[in-house]
Ligand binder design. Structure first.
Ligand SMILES: Cc1ncc(C[n+]2csc(CCOP(=O)(O)OP(=O)(O)O)c2C)c(N)n1
Length: 199
């Protein structure tokens, strides 16, 4: 899938949301297409991907057909998209997928599988206790998992660095076997597509 396809998909969802055709929250991506396309080149079909409420790009890049994805989103499932047949799972609870992703990695290790888990999270999620514990546990137990911290600087409308009085976030600039960090600029608001929609 190309950068322009990803952007077109999100723009299409934004239009559907703003016209009141989606009666549940949507969290759109923008500005991180190139980095995600490059990252997904190493993710194999049988690897597992775990995401947050913001997961349209990961679903598309993991192989979920755009038509099927759009249907689920129009039905109001954008914040918790799960497609086990494509090995992608998400949760709208901050930190919710992290222990599940670690459990999956532990299971893959016990089964001596060659597959891996990729777990995406926002930078605010990465500062929570559960993120610190799951990353520490995964490193120490040498689990087949990789965490990706996506920094758009905001937790809903709050500046993440101001919240913690911390100029440099814990995983900022991390790039090792277990954690990748990257920064991107979101053109959309935290949720929705800029127009107030009453559910
Ligand atoms: C346990 C829990 N607390 C609060 C929320 C409300 N909430 C949804 S997204 C979010 C901000 C998360 O920011 P970040 O992890 O940086 O991800 P982003 O949305 O910027 O991608 C919050 C507080 C929630 N979904 N779950």
């Amino acid at each position: 899938m190309k950068k322009t396809d990803l952007i077109k998909f999100e723009n299409d969802i934004a239009t559907a949301f703003n016209s009141g055709r989606i009666r549940a929250p949507v969290h759109l991506y923008s500005g991180n297409e190139t980095v995600l396309i490059k990252f997904f080149k190493k993710i194999k079909k049988n690897d597992w991907v775990f995401c947050s409420w913001r997961s349209h790009y990961q679903c598309l890049l993991k192989g979920v057909p755009p038509k099927i994805l759009k249907k689920e989103i129009l039905e109001g499932k954008s914040i918790s998209l799960c497609f086990p047949e494509y090995k992608i799972y998400s949760s709208a609870i901050v930190g919710g997928v992290l222990p599940i992703a670690v459990g999956m990695a532990l299971s893959l290790k016990r089964k001596k599988s060659r597959n891996k888990v990729y777990c995406f999270m926002g930078e605010m999620t990465s500062e929570t206790g559960i993120a610190h514990e799951t990353i520490k546990y995964s490193r120490n137990k040498k689990l087949p998992i990789h965490f990706i911290v996506e920094d758009n600087r905001k937790s809903v409308c709050t500046d993440t660095r101001k919240t913690w009085s911390q100029r440099k976030l814990t995983y900022e600039k991390s790039s090792d076997k277990y954690v990748t960090y990257y920064k991107y600029n979101l053109k959309y608001p935290h949720a929705g597509a800029g127009k107030r929609v009453q559910f």
